[in-house]
Design a protein around this ligand. Structure first.
Ligand code: CO
Length: 447
């Protein structure tokens, strides 16, 4: 009798990007990342997230490290592993929209420097903001993954998430990610969401969750049971709390349940020991608390957002207003069309809520809030407050086209401005114009 072969589950170890970002503010230098990368590569892990998100920014701004070299050397250290990056749709690795030609140049450069999988998300979940990236990834022959941001609000239902996933599939993505950036998804919702996605789309599903509320591992397991093909996880020294489900535990548990992860637990343990050393080198950048914090189950405000808010209020001697601001945040979210709290919308909502509490409700409408109300970020999950919108539009019509349609091509001008530079170098200037000068000066000095 032929025995059934175990179902494969593809694990993505994300220690080197989101793990580092969640625990030590992305400060880990390339030479230390490489030591873990080599050991991860030997473990048989399917994929690794190493690039994008805040890494590009931190490389240029603080570490003065070539972000492109980082991508190349990490890929070279893990030639057998699918190398993933997180890309913020039309914002690339920054906080504002870039023109389509810059998006295309960036994606091609990333692919050339070793990125295999592009996880694309948009803070508003406006699929039009994914499309230029998806198209460029297709040209490179690499894998595009469209992310649906998981958030809790009166307008976010399973049907709505599934509809977004279908739109992404129609836009040509190779796989769909559930991006639970705040660790809010619970096991029951995960099971229901994955089950419904499996019925509605034909591309593979990838779960990204955090362990802020202590539910990460349960949600990961329920996702696998519902047919989810790919799971994000981190080596044990980075697991739990603001981090993610643990790679070694997942491998052990899934294998015991009859799944095949293709990973060698002993080799993973070697990698974890290396990761423990790596984290200890960056203790200066540890947050005061990075464990499980279940307040979010009530406030629905991500841990990272809460800690930033607290430290800002402390600086302004206004920490006693924290509770009021926490109550104001959902109100502002509602006024702004129930946008998810993720970069950069989390900052927009929190700043506006802070202004409202400290100065009076909408006495000041921050610039970013006004731009969002005008439609410059894209379509919000629900309509924005009409009165506020009228106030900022001053009789002008709101923007309803794909926001990047408003941006003329920027590349020809950039090439003229920076003659003799490579596309990679020009992209650093284009994406972080204020930090680029200091970055290139420090590179020169190092020579
Ligand atoms: Co994350």
């Amino acid at each position: 009798m032929k025995s059934e072969s175990p179902r494969k589950v593809k694990l993505f170890d994300i220690t080197l990007r989101d793990g580092s970002q969640s625990k030590v503010a992305t400060r880990i230098k390339l030479e230390d990342l490489l030591k873990v990368a080599r050991k991860l590569a030997a473990s048989g892990i399917y994929g690794a997230e190493t690039w994008g998100g805040a890494t590009f920014d931190v490389c240029v701004r603080y570490l003065r490290e070539d972000p492109w070299e980082r991508a190349r050397l990490l890929k070279a250290a893990m030639p057998n592993v699918q190398n993933m990056m997180l890309i913020r749709g039309q914002n690339l690795v920054a906080y504002t929209n870039f023109s389509d030609d810059v998006v295309r140049k960036f994606v091609h450069a990333a692919a050339r420097n070793g990125i295999d999988v592009f996880r694309i998300f948009d803070a508003l979940d406006d699929v039009r903001n994914h499309q230029a990236v998806i198209k460029a990834v297709k040209e490179t022959g690499k894998t595009s993954e469209g992310a649906v941001c998981y958030t809790i609000s009166p307008v976010h239902t399973i049907e709505k998430f599934v509809a977004k996933a279908r739109q992404l599939e129609d836009s040509g993505v190779d796989q769909i990610a559930i991006k639970d950036m705040a660790g809010l998804i619970d096991p029951a919702t995960t099971f229901e969401l994955v089950t419904n996605l499996k019925k509605a789309v034909s591309v593979p599903i990838h779960l990204h969750t955090h362990d802020n509320c202590g539910m990460g591992m349960m949600s990961a397991l329920k996702a696998v049971e519902a047919g989810c093909e790919m799971i994000d996880c981190v080596l044990s020294p980075f697991a739990g709390g603001t981090g993610h489900p643990c790679t070694e535990s997942l491998v052990f548990a899934l294998e015991r349940l009859g799944y095949d992860t293709g990973c060698d637990l002993e080799k993973l343990t070697d990698a974890a020991e290396e990761a423990k050393v790596m984290r200890s080198l960056y203790s200066d950048f540890e947050a005061p608390y990075s464990g499980v914090d279940c307040r979010m189950l009530v406030t629905q405000i991500p841990g990272g957002v809460m800690s930033n808010l607290s430290s800002q209020l402390k600086q302004q001697n206004a920490l006693d207003r924290l509770e009021e601001i926490i109550k104001e945040i959902p109100r502002v979210r509602e006024d702004l069309g129930w946008i998810p709290l993720v970069t950069p919308t989390s900052q927009i909502v929190v700043s506006q809520a802070t202004f409202n509490v400290l100065l009076g409700r909408y006495k000041i409408i921050a610039n970013h809030t006004a731009n969002l109300l005008k439609g410059l970020y894209g379509e919000t999950p629900a309509p924005v407050d009409k009165e506020l919108q009228d106030r900022v539009l001053k009789g002008q019509p709101p923007t309803t086209v794909r926001p990047a349609e408003l941006l003329p091509p920027m590349w020809p001008e950039l090439e003229k401005k920076f003659p003799g530079l490579s596309d990679e170098e020009i992209l650093i200037h284009a994406i972080f114009p204020h930090e680029a000068q200091g970055y290139f000066e420090s590179k020169q000095g190092a020579r």
